[in-house]
Write a protein that binds this ligand. Structure first.
Ligand code: PEP
Ligand code: MG
Length: 587
């Protein structure tokens, strides 16, 4: 950042010090907000770093020295800060210890933040300073980071913490960004400026690959693109098994713009619109009118295709800036989703009013996440009744017949699914959370990522039971967790009785290819065998032998999420995610 060398009049020194102080307060507030965003996430390192930055900001070396330069030498606040930075740089450059020398970079970042405030420039977001095509490497990546990083044209991400079904991973996939999570001791293995290959499919990060490895990956990238093109040709074809059973493939989206991508991939519906992502970054909660406008534009983008909105699923790792949600010692088990909405019914009411109104514009239905049983559902339904009555009394156009669904994401919902099914219009199984709570394994914690086991007998039995309950109750049921989009699992899911699957848009062509190349009869036979097995590993072997072999060419380059292979190659990693893509590393 180039700062003009300007001086002020002696009489203006006090005012200039005041300007500096206000900028320090504003920069500190930015850091405070960032810290709030990180709160409740299990890596405390991000928060510690922010606290360190706040201390640096107000330190004698930074704000103190700048104030001295304004007072003693009549410099402008900007020039004073940049002179203070020159001094700090010279001190750090003399240090013998490489680790401490590098900490000087933190002062640079803090100084730049302060300078941007003084110059009236917008706050730098993650990735904004990195060149296009760079890789973001971090300890902890929040669900919001992929939005910023995508905007900054960052090509991929790697983090020490996180699981493959963490919300950051879900958003990264929606943007087609390769992301490898759970890479231990990243900072000691990756230095800024290194070349990195981020192979999201196999969960591998290769540091400074040689020419042969680079060439091999370039070929893989070309091959994957070629395959994607071929699969695009199936866009208009129905997902129908060879024995004539129709499976409906829908898409999960986080943004209104994502709907067009979903339709291009062949989505027949939007099976899950994660509405909270539209509002996480705001300092306030959206008004009814804004939510109405967003829902209407989603419906317009969908062009007549049905859209299932999920009511705000806040808490856990998705913390809005608008309000501090008391997460408690274990955020995933704390005030999340409908628990939060029931504590703040005014927020729920606003969204429900918007949704009931938008439903009069196009095919819309909505569902509640993380419902634990009929007690909660009754409370939620009572609020829906009141909202509809209000809209009717106020003569506001709305659709009182809007279908209301329940997400099955907790073991208590599974065990009471028959009751829930009688009291709603449809069910949708959120297998990401359902697995988190069934295995008692935090989906954000890389140390237990191996317990994401969609083929574990507990999950197979659970899904079988849910499909049966929905069938008996005559209520439609879908799966919208990540496992719905894993083509290796398609036989199992249709074999268990599911006919609606909602997934990341880019998985639709693959899943469709598998379904069109299979009969329900063989899927059911395999499922019956799988249900006899005792471990996820055994079921995986069975699937590899049937589905893996049959679709070897379609699934080339795509590996199932299980079993969770940990490789020891250059940087070993845990879980995998997304397509492989070779990209340079810059930050
Ligand atoms: C799920 O839990 O499976 C789900 C679809 O919701 P989310 O991933 O947003 O929690
Ligand atoms: Mg969920």
């Amino acid at each position: 950042m180039v700062i003009a060398e300007q001086r002020i009049l002696r009489g203006d020194r006090e005012a200039e010090c005041g300007r500096l102080e206000r900028a320090v307060v504003a920069a500190d507030a930015q850091l405070g907000l960032l810290k709030l965003q990180l709160e409740g996430r299990h890596s405390g390192e991000g928060q510690d770093l922010i606290e360190a930055h706040r201390l640096m900001l107000r330190s004698p070396e930074m704000a103190g020295e700048a104030r001295r330069l304004i007072t003693d030498e009549c410099l402008t606040a900007e020039w004073a800060v940049s002179r203070a930075l020159v001094h700090i740089r010279s001190i750090f450059a003399q240090l013998d210890d490489a680790y401490f020398r590098e900490r000087g970079g933190d002062f640079e970042v803090v100084g730049e933040r302060l300078l941007r405030v003084l110059l009236g420039l917008p706050e730098l977001r993650p990735g904004a300073a990195a060149p296009s095509g760079a890789i973001a490497v971090g300890v902890d990546i929040s669900p919001l980071d992929p939005f910023h990083l995508h905007r900054a044209e960052i090509a991929g991400m790697v983090s020490e913490s996180g699981g493959p079904t963490s919300h950051a991973a879900i958003v990264a996939r929606a943007f087609g960004m390769p992301y490898v999570v759970g890479v231990g001791e990243l900072s000691s293995k990756v230095r800024p400026g290194a070349m990195l290959i981020v192979d999201g499919t196999h969960g591998e990060v290769i540091v400074d690959p040689d020419q042969d490895v680079l060439r091999a990956y370039q070929l893989r990238v070309d091959d994957l693109r070629q395959r994607a093109k071929l699969l695009e040709a199936t866009r208009a074809l129905p997902a129908m098994t060879s024995d004539g059973v129709r499976i409906h493939l829908a898409a999960n989206v986080e943004t209104v713009a994502g709907i067009s991508t979903a339709l291009s991939a062949g989505a027949e519906a939007i099976g899950l619109f994660r509405t909270e992502f539209l509002y996480l970054e705001r300092a306030d909660f959206p008004s009814e009118q804004e939510q109405y406008a967003d829902a209407v534009s989603a419906l317009q983008n969908a062009g007549g295709v049905p859209v299932t909105f999920r009511t705000l699923d806040l808490g856990g790792d998705k913390l809005p800036l608008a309000m501090k949600i008391p997460t408690g010692p274990n955020p995933a088990l704390g005030v999340r989703s409908v628990r939060f909405l029931l504590r703040h019914p005014e927020i729920l009411r606003r969204q429900l009013r918007a949704l009931y109104r938008a439903a009069s514009v196009g095919p819309l239905r909505f569902m509640f996440p993380l419902v634990s049983g009929v007690g909660e559902l009754k409370q939620l339904r009572a609020i829906c009744d009141e909202v509809r009555a209000e809209l009717r009394n106020d003569q506001i156009v709305h659709d009182p017949t809007t279908a209301l669904g329940v997400m099955i994401e907790t073991p208590s919902a599974v065990l009471t699914a028959d009751h829930l099914a009688r009291r709603c219009d449809f069910l949708s199984v959120g297998t990401n959370d359902l697995m988190q709570y069934t295995f008692a394994a935090d989906r954000e914690n890389e140390a237990v990522a191996h317990l994401y086991q969609p083929l574990h007998p507990a999950i197979l039995r659970t899904l079988k039971s849910l499909a049966g309950i929905a069938h008996t109750a005559g209520v439609p049921i879908s799966i919208c967790g990540d496992m719905a989009g894993d083509p290796f699992l398609s036989w199992i899911l249709i074999g268990l009785g599911f006919r609606e699957l909602s997934m990341d848009p880019d998985r639709i062509p693959l899943v469709k290819a598998v379904i069109r190349g299979s009969s329900l009869a063989e899927a059911e036979a395999l499922t019956a065998e799988a249900l006899e097995l005792e471990t996820q590993a055994e079921v995986s072997v069975l699937l590899e032998a049937r589905v893996g072999l049959r679709f070897a060419s379609e699934l080339e380059g795509f590996r199932p999420r299980t079993p969770n292979v940990v490789r020891e190659e250059p940087v070993g990693t845990g879980a995998r995610d997304e397509r492989g893509r070779q990209v340079p590393h810059h930050n």
